[in-house]
Design a protein around this ligand. Structure first.
Ligand SMILES: NC(=O)c1ccc[n+]([C@@H]2O[C@H](COP(=O)([O-])OP(=O)(O)OC[C@H]3O[C@@H](n4cnc5c(N)ncnc54)[C@H](OP(=O)(O)O)[C@@H]3O)[C@@H](O)[C@H]2O)c1
Length: 188
């Protein structure tokens, strides 16, 4: 019997011009959007790119930091992994829900394994230096839900429309070790 892919989700926010980062932080300041992110990933194991990790003030336990560097110094409760696959396997082994929280390089490498993508679309262009990767084929994933809110944006000022979307990828790729497991468990 085929094994179902585990429930791995990604979460992020993107401006109308595709920007997601500026100066190793977010291009906008929308407190309610940040609160939504924090509430959604609370209690989860996180997969985080090294640059995003270094930009975060607080990092919860069971965070897996993707980096090819030797001997990265990490905060307590965090572990270095050399690939997204290694990080996702380790995150799943915690038994917690698993969220991929970016940045761009990590979304680009992890999306094939994600069943869901929680994406906040911010309906305004923002200056930035990091784009949401075009290789993530969200346009072809069914949209499970969308909630629209008008929220305060503190950098440019005023209100901005935010669409809180959840996409679902019908057939996420199995992690390599799980593929081997299912091959090993398949009857002759
Ligand atoms: N809008 C949002 O929702 C959101 C979410 C997260 C981040 N961001 C923003 O995105 C920007 C950062 O994104 P980014 O793409 O520049 O950096 P990133 O994905 O956070 O980190 C990149 C680093 O991760 C490691 N890495 C990436 N892919 C790897 C792979 N396949 N295998 C092994 N290691 C890998 C490398 O670390 P080493 O160099 O150590 O090898 C690489 O330099 C920041 O501005 C951040 O604030 C925005």
């Amino acid at each position: 019997m085929e094994r179902a892919a585990p429930l791995i989700a990604a979460i992020g926010a993107v401006a109308s011009n595709g920007m997601l980062g500026l100066g190793n932080w977010l291009p906008w300041d929308i407190p309610e959007e940040l609160a939504y992110f924090e509430a959604t990933v609370a209690g989860a194991a996180l997969l985080i790119g090294r640059l995003t990790y270094e930009s975060m003030d607080e990092v919860p336990v069971d965070s897996f930091i993707v980096s090819r560097r030797a001997n990265l110094a990490l905060r307590p409760g965090c572990r270095q992994v050399a690939s997204v696959e290694e990080g996702l396997r380790a995150a799943l082994a915690t038994g917690k829900p698993v969220f991929v929280i970016g940045g761009a390089a990590i979304y680009a490498a992890a999306w094939p394994y994600c069943r869901r993508f929680y994406l906040t679309r911010i309906d305004r262009p923002f200056a930035g230096d990091t784009l949401f990767p075009e290789s993530v084929p969200l346009a072809s994933w069914p949209l499970l839900s969308e909630t629209v809110k008008h929220l305060r944006e503190r950098r440019g000022g005023g209100e901005v429309m935010c669409r809180f979307q959840i996409y679902e990828q019908p057939q996420p790729r199995l992690l390599p070790a799980l593929e081997q497991d299912s091959a090993a468990n398949r009857p002759e």
